[in-house]
Design a protein around this ligand. Structure first.
Ligand SMILES: [Zn+2]
Ligand SMILES: [Zn+2]
Length: 271
């Protein structure tokens, strides 16, 4: 899907404290667009029958921690992505991948099991740290997006309502209330771009519907964003009320400019 890059300039104006990060995000999206022609390969070789079976068993189409995939194209994309940031840890990581000291597939597999892959930089610098994780996730994005596009009809029929993405298996961090369907709630996967509808008052992670066990908080008087949490499983999810946003919304960017909400939620003990 072609992204409207001009929208990032709009976000830059509204969120000046994210300007440095958004500049990188813009470079990333530009590179994604530029390299789009060679992102057309299905690196997972998943057949429809297998996809149907997996969904019926409650499994995502791909489980990156176990399934094999052809790493050639995403690895090349990752090497190019790492050139966007001039920070030494990115250059160091690039060198290690090129010399074979680190293996791209292993990095991808391990990042799928932990939100943060500690060995990527080996440093405590959170900013650099998240950035490399973000670039690693991005390296797989076009390939997962292709899969998501191919199987979205199948996924819709499966009535999937979990908090984990039915296509790529990543746990979602973001939900939104639709402006077109009277605030119907959808979950959004930043790894493959899939959106799927869920019940509004239910924890998508543990299925808890006990209203007393569910809560949310907002920051200041900003009603556009809130953090929904569940007392039962201690998980949280950011929710955007798109009815309260005028103009175009880019959910990928929204997920990135709400990192302060992730920090607050974790400080409150949710994960
Ligand atoms: Zn996904
Ligand atoms: Zn829960």
């Amino acid at each position: 899907m072609v992204k409207n890059l001009a929208i990032i300039d709009t976000y830059l104006k509204s969120y000046p404290h994210y300007s440095e990060f958004l500049a990188i995000v813009k470079d990333v999206f530009m590179l994604r667009q530029k390299t789009a022609p060679w992102h057309k390969e299905n690196i997972f070789s998943l057949e429809t029958a297998a996809a149907v079976e997996r969904l019926s068993e409650g499994k995502s189409l791909v489980d990156i921690s176990r399934d094999t995939f052809n790493p050639v194209l995403p690895r090349q994309y990752f090497l190019d992505l790492l050139k966007i940031t001039k920070q030494p840890p990115a250059e160091d990581l690039r060198d290690k991948l090129l010399t074979g000291e680190l293996n791209y597939e292993t990095l991808v597999r391990e990042s799928s099991t932990a939100y943060r892959a500690t060995h990527i930089t080996g440093e405590e610098d959170d900013e650099v740290y998240d950035l490399l994780d973000f670039l690693l996730q991005e390296s797989m994005h076009p390939f997962f997006a292709l899969l998501s596009e191919e199987f979205k009809g199948l996924v819709a029929n499966s009535e999937w309502s979990r908090g984990r993405c039915p296509v790529c298996g990543r746990e979602t961090a973001l939900s939104f209330l639709s402006s077109e369907e009277e605030g119907r709630r959808y979950l959004f996967c930043s790894q493959c771009g899939l959106e799927w509808p869920v019940k509004r008052l239910k924890c998508p992670f543990c299925g808890n519907e006990e209203q007393k066990q569910l809560g949310f908080f907002t920051v200041g008087d900003d009603e556009k964003y809130r953090v929904d949490f569940c007392h039962q499983c201690k998980k949280y999810i950011k929710t955007i009320d798109t009815r309260k946003i005028s103009g175009e919304v880019d959910l990928e960017v929204e997920n990135l400019i709400t990192l302060h909400l992730d920090i607050l939620a974790r400080q409150e003990g949710y994960f």
